[in-house]
Design a protein around this ligand. Structure first.
Ligand code: F6P
Length: 359
């Protein structure tokens, strides 16, 4: 039977989102003869009246789309529909309007491409509205539970590694300690992976508490062996020596992290006397063309998400697990986090390479 499938992107953008949408449209249209409806700006498109959405046609299936960064559909990472911030400062439950938005579009099922925060909201909406729902994990942070990989992570790691490639020659030219602050709201996946790939000397991640004396020892040891520079990677969620995260309140009940790199840089300069410079990589990690690994993952996830709908399997998230594309219950994904395992392979590798992890 012909179906109308809605698809939306939710939360922060990342490289590879358009590749998922393209794959889902190809599979739905050519594999099953279904119609795909692209919803604009995540749940915000379903709140708007008229609902903001479009039928995704042949233009969406070109390989141009496969290569594009960002999300053609638009997204939002604010405005929880169950406690929506209103102009007068109050909060209102607008979930019913979103469910009504799905009905107005005549959707038989919905695919949501998001992170754990988005899945918690979308799952609740799906349950409340009886909407058959399938999730596709994305986030440069790679902190979605029940999948080894989320879309956008591999490209972000490449970008952070390239930043270290550029920082190293200037660090060596000026005999400086270069601190690179990378993203990762709750987890240090980008920091540890880019730190290893980019030859960092010190990597600080939120999963491993750090001490200044350990950092000083590492810098002193490098100096003693004749090294005139050092590369330090700090994940944005790393806490200060006093145990505080460095952030700025942005309203909407969300934290915006940033600034721990500067803090670590100042501490290092004071403790070692080294000339220190800090680079905050920020949203450079999110934008840009998806790398090959993200295009591959996105394509596999888009196809599998549509196949799940064909099989009548809902309330599930597609997942990359043990070199296979499978699906997991969303119940096991929400309110769970995938952080760096302090005893896992990347931490072991870093330690084996002599990278100081601050402990
Ligand atoms: O979750 C993805 C992420 O890029 C985090 O790494 C970062 O802390 C946050 O989003 C930034 O959010 P925004 O784009 O709203 O500043």
């Amino acid at each position: 039977m012909a179906k109308r499938i809605g698809i939306l992107t939710s939360g922060g953008d990342c490289a590879g989102l358009n590749a998922v949408v393209r794959a889902a449209v190809l599979r739905a249209r050519d594999g099953y003869g279904w119609t795909m409806i692209g919803i604009h700006n995540g749940t915000a498109g379903l709140l708007a009246r008229p609902v903001e959405a479009e039928e995704l046609d042949r233009r969406m299936t070109t390989s141009t789309v496969l290569r594009m960064g960002g999300t053609i559909l638009g997204t939002t990472n604010k405005g929880d529909p169950f406690a929506y911030p209103m102009a007068d400062g109050s909060r209102r439950d607008r979930s019913g309007e979103i469910i009504e938005g799905c009905r107005l579009l005549g959707l038989d099922a919905l695919i949501g491409i998001g992170g754990d925060g988005s899945f918690a909201i979308l799952r609740k909406l799906a349950q409340q509205g009886g909407i058959p729902f399938v999730g596709v994990p994305k986030t440069i942070d790679n902190d979605v539970a029940q999948t080894e990989r989320a879309i956008g992570y591999a490209t972000a790691v490449t970008t952070a590694t390239e930043a270290l490639d550029r920082l190293q020659p200037t660090a060596a030219s000026h005999s400086r300690v270069m601190v690179l602050e990378v993203m990762g709201r709750d987890a240090g996946h980008i920091a540890i992976a880019a730190g290893i790939a980019g030859g960092a000397d010190i990597v600080l991640i939120p999963e491993i508490p750090w001490r200044l004396d350990a950092l000083k020892r590492k810098i002193d040891a490098l100096k003693a062996e004749g090294r005139n520079f050092a590369l330090v990677v700090v994940a944005e969620a790393v806490k200060t020596a006093e145990g505080h995260t460095v952030d700025a309140d942005r309203g909407f009940g969300q934290r915006r992290l940033g600034g721990i790199g500067e803090y670590v840089g100042e501490q290092l300069a004071a403790a070692t006397g080294a000339e220190t410079r800090v680079t905050v990589l920020g949203h450079v990690q999110r934008g840009g063309m998806p790398g090959a690994e993200d295009r591959l993952l996105a394509s596999a996830f888009g196809v599998h998400a549509v196949d799940l709908i064909a099989q009548g399997k809902f309330d599930r998230m597609v997942s990359w697990w043990n070199r296979d594309v499978i699906d997991m219950p969303l119940a096991d994904v929400v309110n769970n986090a995938h952080v760096v395992d302090p005893a896992g392979p990347l931490v072991r590798t870093a330690r084996g390479l002599g990278i100081c992890l601050g402990d």
